[in-house]
Ligand binder design. Structure first.
Ligand code: NAP
Length: 320
């Protein structure tokens, strides 16, 4: 049996592993299909403190992993198929490794960007299709961009991308935006932002050489297809937290994000903690994820010392 199992190896999980290992709590860290998390799909990370010249995302994650290993964290690869938090010790069933037991579990499985599921999308990721303006906007300096979505993320990405692009066209499937008024106003005030509302994305359009040339949309008013010309198409239709494997055993909000006691990383199950994007709908930064990983390890340590009361779960409010 393990003292602690950390599920997920983004900045939150690896930071938790570093702290747990240094506290001699011998964590087992489970790496899923995307070891290192979302940062491994980015290029240069310029806003992680301590790297004045920036650092490549995969290198940063590799460094964090080595740091955890140096203090004794053990790693296993495999998809977590299911967990059982109804009894002690907890069990975590990992593809290829069977059923593992632990006294405490930290969930740091992150969130994945949602995709449209249209032709041309998956094969052009990193080649004209992106879900991360802060990661990839730079590559579209002096070019045309389309941003898909009508929520705050789309508004934020559209405004941000005007730093690089000549024009940014926001494509939204309805004629009414979902975004908050302040975010809408900010985008609307920006002359570089153009609007293609009431248009449903149909396909990523490419030229005869397979280079992305825009987004084919269906105009809901005319029922005709149109091409929105763009060198880069940014999909900003939200994220899905990776919580399905929990089978409803940990309290989540209506979008599937784990609910933690405010100011802590405690879930409604005593001994189960959550950190990083899987519980964060607001900040979603590598540095905030790492910070919450540290918190989870410290909360976990206190729990294992028996130094924590858990009678708060009844008052847990998912809207907080
Ligand atoms: P969101 O609010 O869920 O908005 C997603 C948008 O994508 C919606 O406009 C939706 O259209 C559209 N969409 C979803 N599936 C689609 C599909 N298959 N085809 C076409 N369009 C599709 O997600 P979000 O913008 O990522 O925001 C998530 C949360 O983070 C929100 O609570 C938001 O306030 C918050 N956030 C805050 C800030 C900030 O304050 N700075 C920045 C970013 C995000 P419909 O409107 O038709 O459903």
């Amino acid at each position: 049996m393990y003292k602690t199992i950390v599920i997920g190896t983004g900045p939150s999980g690896l930071t938790a592993a570093i702290y747990l290992a240094r506290a001699n709590l011998k964590p087992l860290v489970i790496e899923g299909v995307e070891p290192g998390g979302q940062l491994t799909t980015t290029t240069e990370v310029e806003n992680f403190p301590g790297f004045p010249d920036g650092i490549m995302g995969p290198e940063l994650m590799d460094n964090m992993r080595k740091q955890a290993e140096r203090f004794g964290a053990e790693f296993k690869s495999g998809w977590v198929e299911e967990v059982d938090f109804s009894k002690r010790p907890f069990t975590v069933k990992v593809e290829g490794s069977g059923i593992l037991e632990a006294e405490a579990v930290i969930i740091s499985t992150g969130a994945s960007a949602r995709y449209l599921g249209i032709p041309g999308e998956q094969e052009n990721i990193g080649r004209g299709v992106s879900t991360c303006a802060t990661c990839d906007g730079f590559f579209f300096r002096g070019k045309k961009i389309a941003v898909v979505g009508g929520g705050d993320s789309a508004m934020e990405e559209a405004s941000f991308l005007t730093r690089f692009a000549t024009t940014v066209t926001v494509v939204h499937r309805r004629d009414e935006l979902r975004a908050s008024k302040i975010m809408q106003d900010r985008a609307k005030e920006n002359e570089k932002v153009h609007w293609a509302l009431n248009r449903k994305p149909v396909a990523i359009a490419t030229d005869e050489n397979g280079i992305v040339k825009g987004l084919t949309v269906l105009n809901n008013e005319t029922n005709q297809e149109e091409l929105i010309e763009a060198d880069g198409v940014f999909i900003a239709i939200g994220h899905t937290p990776n919580t399905k494997f929990l089978g409803g055993q940990v309290k989540t909000d209506e979008h599937g994000y784990i609910v933690v006691k405010p100011g802590t990383t405690q879930t409604n199950v005593p001994g189960v903690f959550a950190c990083g994007d899987v519980q964060d709908t607001r900040y979603r930064q590598a540095i905030t994820a790492a910070g919450s990983g540290c918190m989870a390890a410290m909360d976990c340590e206190k729990y294992l010392e028996g130094d924590m009361t858990h009678d708060w779960s009844e008052s847990l409010n998912p809207s907080v």
